[in-house]
Write a protein of this length. Structure first.
Length: 300
């Protein structure tokens, strides 16, 4: 995951290296409202499945990033373990406000289930994995299946469910209204131009209004709002020196999940010295740890 300033968007992130993936397809539409509603598929080198699926969700402050950029690299390691990786684009804040991006992720999950047979997917073993804004969307997919205000069945495959069987969240935000105060608690208070509560912050642009003026909408956009019994296992990692998304966001989310689901279904790790993404998340050892979690959660 590239380390970028909170307000460095839009910026160009290099493409992922995918030459080593021999079986892949690009730019398949999962809905038709927007040209951004497309996905790429990467399969293991051998076998005819059905393969468990990792939905790779890119980050980029809700306003940038792409399904084919280098944020995809850790997820592609899963093809070596027999996973299919489905990397998705979605409507970002410059095109549509919340909840459009959440609805897009769910539409992509429904598409995967609807197309499971021809594309060799296992519809009963689907996980989400993303960082930053992608981590947020991974959480939302995990907690809010069936929440009508966060669904748009008109996007397609309305008969298919959109729940997932495992969630990996790397340093995703949750409660937007607490972010500035939590950064200040950690000695990393943002200046006025970079405050999450500002009118042009990524979070305010996502919601279409300054977040301090729409607390009810912030609550609707908070994954914590939808925690309930029966959710899938969660693996949350966050750098304890993250000066963009405070690590307390993940600490609080994990605590609330644990209170409802029990400790056996929630794993939180704070990576010492790590910032907002960076090498600590992408070491072979850490990627193996994530894949071990997914193997167990999906019974691979």
């Amino acid at each position: 995951m590239p380390q970028v300033p909170h307000y460095a968007m839009p910026f160009t992130i290099p493409d992922a290296r995918t030459d080593h993936i021999t079986r892949k397809m690009f730019d398949l539409p999962y809905a038709t409202i927007s040209p951004t509603q497309k996905l790429d598929i990467y399969w293991p080198a051998e076998g005819n499945g059905p393969f468990p699926v990792i939905m790779s969700i890119h980050g980029g402050a809700f306003m940038g990033g792409d399904k084919r950029d280098i944020q995809l690299m850790p997820m592609l390691e899963a093809t070596k373990r027999g996973y299919a990786v489905v990397s998705i684009n979605y409507r970002m804040s410059g095109e549509a406000t919340f909840p459009a991006l959440v609805q897009d992720v769910k539409a992509a999950i429904r598409w995967v289930r609807a197309q499971a047979k021809p594309y060799l997917f296992d519809p009963e073993r689907i996980a989400t994995w993303g960082g930053s804004a992608g981590g947020y969307l991974s959480l939302m997919a995990g907690v809010s299946a069936g929440v009508l205000e966060l669904e748009d069945l008109a996007l397609g495959n309305a008969s298919q469910p959109c729940h997932v069987q495992a969630v990996v969240d790397w340093f995703g935000p949750t409660d937007f209204l607490l972010m500035d105060a939590q950064l200040a608690e950690s000695g990393m208070a943002p200046n006025a131009e970079q405050a999450h509560s500002g009118p042009d912050s990524p979070e305010s642009l996502l919601l279409g209004q300054k977040i301090t003026e729409v607390p009810d909408l912030v609550r609707i956009a908070n994954p914590e709002t939808y925690i309930h019994p029966g959710l899938p296992p969660f693996f949350i990692q966050h750098g304890d020196h993250d000066d963009t998304v405070p690590h307390q966001q993940s600490v609080n989310m994990a605590a609330k999940l644990t209170a409802v689901l029990g400790p056996e279904k929630v794993k939180l790790e704070l990576l010492a010295g790590a910032a907002h993404g960076g090498p600590a998340f992408e070491t072979p050892q850490n990627i193996q740890k994530v894949l071990d979690f997914l193997d167990q959660a999906l019974r691979v």
